[in-house]
Design a protein around this ligand. Sequence first.
Ligand SMILES: Nc1ncnc2c1ncn2[C@@H]1O[C@H](COP(=O)(O)OP(=O)(O)OP(=O)(O)O)[C@@H](O)[C@H]1O
Ligand SMILES: [Mg+2]
Length: 264
Amino acid sequence: MTSDALSKGSPWPLPSGEPVLRLEAVRKTYGSAVVLRDVALEVPAHSVTALIGASGSGKSTLLRCANLLEDVDDGAIFLDGEEITDPRIDQDAVRRRIGVVFQAYNLFPHMTVLDNITLAPRRVHKVPRDRAETEARELLDRLGLAGRAGEYPDRLSGGQQQRVAIARAVATRPRLLLLDEVTAALDPELVGEVLAVIRDLKDEGMTMVIATHEMAFARDVADQVCFLDAGVILERGTADRVFGAPAEQRTRDFLSRLTEAGRL
Ligand SMILES: Nc1ncnc2c1ncn2[C@@H]1O[C@H](COP(=O)(O)OP(=O)(O)OP(=O)(O)O)[C@@H](O)[C@H]1O
Ligand SMILES: [Mg+2]
């Protein structure tokens, strides 16, 4: 991808050797249920990590902990080497460095596409309106949404809305982008356009953690695949290794169920 809004001003600093995100022995419980158990994870700069696993295995919870939407019960999480689970941390400042997109796009319905995208850059990051809008239009161009800036979300298709949600998340030039089942609510014919946008972000060097049921996409885009089973990262490796030669029986079972269902 050529020069564009996102590459101006060095949005993603060069890797320092320190992983962008690191989880150490993270434990998360809801009441008596242990939802994440001894989870360790390293996400290097400019890499894509896919979280796969059955429903309820803890993928969303892991992402919510990484974004400080949930407190962890034990262990620690680091962003660029800084412990963000330290109670003295400024949580809002941490969240400003992390972009998040969930399954339901959650665009502000009373705001135009342009205002949805420029809200955080202007209000939170104090980017002047002119610059925020110029950059937002460039971003929309790149995401195939040129000419949609003045539209309200309910006039867009699900795939278009989800692309606006991704534009909104990257408009603040986050250090890390967390994507949780961003295609799950979309009609099949709209999934591809959203996945293409994510692939472009990868090509530009965006560091991402993606919870997904789109196995073909995970295999294609992920540098690292983690298979979660009942709150444990049971297996991790390159996409080719985890999909091609899973070491754990439970991973094999999970993948063969998907294959039988025609989803792999
Ligand atoms: N706020 C909550 N209160 C209590 N239990 C919760 C809460 N959020 C999640 N859980 C439980 O934690 C477990 C992990 O849920 P999580 O949403 O992380 O799974 P998931 O892997 O993202 O599943 P899916 O593929 O369906 O999105 C589940 O058993 C779920 O019921
Ligand atoms: Mg989930």
